[in-house]
Write a protein that binds this ligand. Structure first.
Ligand code: CA
Length: 332
């Protein structure tokens, strides 16, 4: 539904900044990993419509510039909600300010989770967060562990995003103006909020600060549950009674028809490690690492734009469905 367009706008802006700074570089696409194409349809045949029927509802939590519905057409988690509900899952989609600190976004998410369980009578929920949403869910998991059965992050920068460091350094160094960036991002967030019927305050610079390595060091010290104890390792499978999982991709240019691939190719060059165009592979690790090298870029992970992802690779919807089945098998 929603996020794809906005993120595309952000990325076009970022790409333009880079081009203007004469930083055009070869896209150094990461080596493609042969994906084993999983298809859960056979499970559906075998199990009727219960393949994704988890005990607790699944809550999808968007990343930066998220909006739950833009004109009711483009879903942030494109086609993923129906892919999950078709197998029996109950799915809810939350909305927090598009650009703000993790704490502010986390507080907004927490209120929605408390409201959700009050309305449905469910004892707990399964949280799945993409990008910044994967940090928000850690905040909620720390605040109300009693309400959270599992917390899964998809392409989230738990150790910071090098792009945020790069932007922050250039703002501080005066290469481009903090004012220009904040006006641009605040306006975008407000616009998207209005289009989707929401008018949450936007704070792009807080969002940027939250995603730098320094910002994450501070956040991680306060909210360490699920984090690996060694660089690029797995975190605890269960902590505070919550099951933690993560996955991410290292594809960048995955579909030539998707124009959002090109700015991701530009941002990719500021990274030292394999990445999805915005988040490094090892930075994405939380709890049990299901896989960190899907042939997906940051937007592919939520099946954007409108399903334009790598052909002949694992379909993002399949990864979500397989994970719902994993949660179901765990009794979550
Ligand atoms: Ca794509």
């Amino acid at each position: 539904m929603r996020i794809g367009l906005s993120v595309a706008g952000v990325l076009r802006g970022v790409g333009a900044v880079f081009a203007a700074a004469a930083l055009v570089s070869c896209t150094a696409a990461t080596a493609e990993q042969p994906d084993d194409v999983e298809d859960s349809s056979e499970h559906d045949d075998a199990l009727g419509s219960s393949y994704t029927k988890t005990q607790y509802p699944i809550v999808l939590c968007h990343g930066m510039a998220g909006f739950d519905s833009l004109f009711g057409v483009l879903d942030y988690f494109y086609g993923i909600e129906s892919a999950l509900t078709s197998g029996g899952a109950r799915v809810y989609i939350t909305q927090v300010p598009a650009f703000d600190s993790t704490e502010a976004r986390g507080e907004a998410l927490l209120a929605q989770i408390e409201d959700l369980v009050a309305r449905t009578g469910d004892a707990k929920v399964n949280l799945i967060g993409h990008s910044h949403g994967g940090l928000d869910i850690r905040y909620v998991a720390a605040a109300r562990p009693d309400l959270i059965a599992s917390a899964t992050s998809v392409g989230s920068p738990h150790q910071g995003a090098e792009l945020a460091d790069y932007l922050r350094a250039n703002i501080k160094g005066g290469s481009f103006s903090e004012g220009v960036l904040s006006v641009f991002a605040n306006s975008l967030g407000t616009l998207l909020g209005l289009l989707s019927g929401r008018t949450d305050p936007q704070d792009s610079l807080s969002a940027l600060a939250s995603l730098t390595s320094a910002g994450l060091d501070e956040f991680n010290a306060q909210y360490p549950a699920g984090l690996p104890s060694a660089w690029c390792g797995n975190g605890a499978a269960v902590e505070n009674g919550i099951h933690f999982y993560s996955w991410s991709g290292t594809g960048v240019i995955t579909n030539l028809l998707d124009t959002t691939d090109y700015p991701l190719g530009l941002t990719n060059f500021v990274y030292d490690e394999a990445n999805d165009g915005l988040v490094g592979k090892c930075s994405s690790h939380l709890g049990v690492v299901i896989r960190d090298d899907y042939n997906m870029n940051h937007l592919d992970e939520v099946n954007q734009i409108i399903g334009l992802t790598a052909l002949f690779s694992t379909n993002p919807k399949t990864v979500f469905r397989t994970h719902a089945n994993r949660l179901k098998t765990e009794g979550l």
